[in-house]
Design a protein around this ligand. Structure first.
Ligand code: PMP
Length: 389
């Protein structure tokens, strides 16, 4: 009998499993659960996009594509980004098609991090950031944001965390888990610090399509930031394509080339049929995206209003599909709240502490569920909150 743990790398042994999965697994074993736990659209990918994939299979396009992805898709992405950010990325050497935003984040970090480099992660944050930094050999340095400031990064807090070893920061606007969006002025204040300390930014803009109040501003469009920013995005959220596993990176050619080296050895290329579907999504997906966005906005308004009505105070999230209410009034920790709510009322939410220290005292609720389900979830949550106050 071997002792498997003897063979495992230290980094992997020390890595904590994602706190979200635990609640998924618990909820999956129960009946009648309303899940506000998952971070994905409730829409099926629009039919024309699925059809484009089917057509590509019928035509027999089942081989590898170029490592960086189909040039036709890269051209579409470049065109799309021009409209979104006003920056022209050369599809031949500045765009790389990846296996989801997840792989885009992974290879962005592996391309820039040397052992011991620090990468700043703004908390509450998407659960993968800190672990991906660790896997790349770096040290994740958390910077906290607070509910009173609607979880907006305060430039002085960022500045305090910077040391000689800081290489980069990871920004995410609209944010998972808080839904917070940073406007142009707020991004400019961050950019000043980035410039002052000569840092890089990995800008995760995977929720860019889903902003509801203010016009979207990409970090790359802030003066001087294009060359310092690795733009990470993908099709999962805005285009309702989580299962297709397709994302992309846009960055200056040297960075892109470094990532391409990792990508060609570890992944070869993103799935071919998904790339054909994505071409259709970029070419003809605009109206569907607008339709989905309208629907999320309506649900956000209803759900966030209802949470505030039952005493779970919540700022109005400007984007993505998450509400991040405070559970302070129940005097429970976020883990206790999520676990007891699931067991007693069969509503699954994610405890805020899995997103970092400043997530404690909050829970993440995804409102990418039907209006009926959201209304029923609020009724159950109200009963739960009343029983605890
Ligand atoms: N970034 C953020 C902020 C996310 O929320 C997610 C998905 N939950 C991803 C990246 C990765 O998405 P995917 O790999 O499906 O493109």
């Amino acid at each position: 009998m071997i002792e498997p743990s003897y063979y495992l790398s230290n980094i992997v042994q020390e890595l904590k499993p994602s706190g979200i999965r635990k609640f998924f697994d618990l909820a999956a074993g129960m009946e009648g659960v309303i899940s506000l736990g998952v971070g994905e659209p409730d829409f099926v990918t629009p039919w024309n996009v699925r059809e484009a994939c089917i057509l590509s299979l019928e035509q027999g396009y089942t081989s590898y594509t170029a490592n960086a992805g189909l040039i036709e898709l890269r051209k579409e992405i470049s065109h799309y980004l021009k409209n979104l950010t006003n920056i022209e990325y050369n599809p031949h050497n500045q765009v790389l098609v990846t296996v989801g935003g997840s792989q885009a984040l992974d290879i962005s970090l592996r391309a820039i991090v040397n052992p011991g480099d620090e990468v700043i992660v703004i908390e509450p944050s998407f659960v993968s950031y800190a672990s991906l930094v660790t896997l790349a050999g770096g040290i994740p340095v958390p910077v906290q944001t607070t509910g009173d400031m609607e979880f907006k990064l305060q430039p002085e807090e960022l500045e305090k965390a910077i040391t000689e070893k800081t290489k980069a920061i990871i920004l995410c606007s609209p944010n998972n888990p808080t839904g917070t969006c940073l406007n142009k002025k707020e991004l400019e204040m961050i950019a000043e610090i980035i410039e002052k300390y000569d840092l890089l930014v990995i800008s995760d803009e995977i929720y860019a399509e889903l902003t509801y109040d203010e016009a979207y501003t990409s970090f790359v469009s802030i003066k001087g930031m294009e060359e310092r920013t690795i733009l990470v995005s993908g099709f999962s959220k805005g285009f309702a394509m989580t299962g297709w596993r397709l994302g992309y990176i846009a960055a200056n050619p040297e960075f892109l080339n470094a990532m391409l080296k990792i990508h060609q050895y570890s992944m070869m290329c993103a799935p071919t049929m998904a790339q054909y579907a994505a071409i259709e999504a970029m070419k003809n997906g605009k109206e569907d995206v607008i339709h989905m966005k309208k629907s999320y906005r309506q649900r956000r308004n209803l759900f966030v209003g209802a949470l505030n009505d039952i005493g779970l105070t919540c700022h109005v999230p400007g984007g993505a599909f998450y509400a991040f209410p405070s559970i302070q009034k129940t005097n429970l920790t976020s883990e206790e709240f999520a676990e007891q709510l699931l067991m007693e009322e069969k509503v699954a939410v994610v405890p805020g502490n899995v997103f970092g220290k400043s997530g404690e005292g909050f829970v993440r609720c995804s409102y990418a569920s039907s209006l009926e389900q959201l209304q029923e979830a609020v009724r159950r949550m109200q009963r739960f909150v009343e029983s605890r106050t």
